[in-house]
Ligand binder design. Sequence first.
Ligand code: PMP
Ligand code: GLN
Length: 410
Amino acid sequence: MTPGGSTPGGSTPGGSTPGGNEGSRPLLNRRLAGHGSTIFAEMSALAVRTGAINLGQGFPDTDGPEEVREAAVRALRDGRGNQYPPGPGVPELREAISEHQRRFYGLSFDPDTEVLVTAGATEAIAAAMLALLEPGDEVIAFEPFYDSYAAGIAMAGAVRVPLTLRAPDFRPDLDALRDAVTPRTRLLLLNSPHNPTGSVLTREEAEAIARLAVERDLLVVTDEVYEHLVFEGEHLPLISLPGMRERTVSISSAGKTFSFTGWKVGWVTGSPALVAAVRTAKQYLTFVSAGPFQYAVAEALRLPEAYFHGFREELRGKRDLLAEGLTAAGFEVYRPQGTYFITTDVAALGEEDGVAFCLALPERCGVVAVPNAVFHDDPRAGRAQVRFAFCKRREVLETAAERLRGLAKG
Ligand code: PMP
Ligand code: GLN
C-alpha cells in the first residue's frame, strides 16, 4: 500500500486505452498509477454511506468566525474578486500575509515579490514540486506523510525517499536524515506540526535540519498549515533560521486556522527567486482561485490575538476530551503536541491491521477513522496505527467516545 495510493476499497482509474490497439496500456499514466482516490474521500464517503460519525477527514463541523464569513459575503456583493484576481493574489491578502509573518514570527516578506496566494496548501505543494524538481531528483520526507506529498513528487517525476517517524514520540531520526542525503537529493519536504502524528519539531531539531540543508545545499519546502495549532512547544518556521531564507519555500493555508477548509486559500512565502519559480507552475495549474474569499482571508489574518489563542485553547480541550475517550475505549493514545489529529495504536484492542479495523469500524460502532498505513511507504511501520480527528463539536466527540467504548466489550 502506498501513501495516497491503493486506499481501502478504493479503485484506481487505470483501465486500458479506448480503441484497444494499445490493449495493455493503462489510461492513467505511470506517474499517477497507485494514486487512486484519496483516503479522505474514501472514508468520508463511507461515513455518509453508513451514517457514522466522521472522525476521518480533517474538517471542522462548525464554520469559522462569523465576521470572516460576512467579509466573504461583502466581497461577493461588492464585486470584489468576482472576476479573475491578479495571478499572485489580491494585494490586500498579500499584505495581510506579510503582516501575519511579521506579527507572529518577526519575519518580513515583500508582498509584491515574496508572497504568492495559491488554491490551498495543496496547490502550493504541487506547484513547488513541479517547479523545483527535475525527473529523478530525490525528495526526502518523513513518513507517515500527508497524501498529496507522494502525488506531488510523483507528478514531478521525482523520487520520494521516506524516513519513518516512530511511535511513541514520532521524533525525526536526524542521523538517518543525514545518511539519506545523496548527490541526487534536491529537496526536503517537511511538515510541522505533523499530520497525522501530531509531533512538532523542537528548536534543536529544526536547527539541525537547517544546518544539514545549508551544508548539503538542499531546497526545503515546509508545510505549516497547522502553525496555529501547537499545544506543546512552539511553531518555528524553518525559513527564519540562518541560511534558510534563500532555500525555503514556506507554505500555509487559511483552511485549518480559520475553519474554512472549503475556501481553499493558501499561500507561499519565500525569496523572490523561489516564489517566482513556484508562481510559474501555479499559473498553469489554476492561474487564480477563490477571488472573494481572498478578501475575507485578508481580514481573518488580522483578527486579534484573542482569536488565535481561543481557537488553540478550544482545540486543546477537544484533544484532551478525545484522548481520554480513546484511552477509556482501550486504544493506545499518542497525545499530539499539535494539529487536530490523534494517532492511536489498535494493537491494544487485539487488532493488527489498521486498514481492516477502519473499514469495519462504522459497522461495529458507527465511527469513521483513517488508517495511518496509507500515509506510509513502509506498510509495516504504521500497520496498527489509526488516526482520529478532533475538530468536531464536543458533543460529537463525546458520542464517538461512548460508541468506541463498546469495542472493548467485543
Ligand atoms: N498539508 C497538510 C499537512 C494537511 O493536513 C492539509 C489538509 N488541510 C493540507 C496540506 C492541504 O491544505 P489545503 O486544504 O489548504 O489545500
Ligand atoms: N488535510 C485533511 C486531513 O488530513 C484532508 C484534506 C483532504 O481531504 N484532502 O484529513
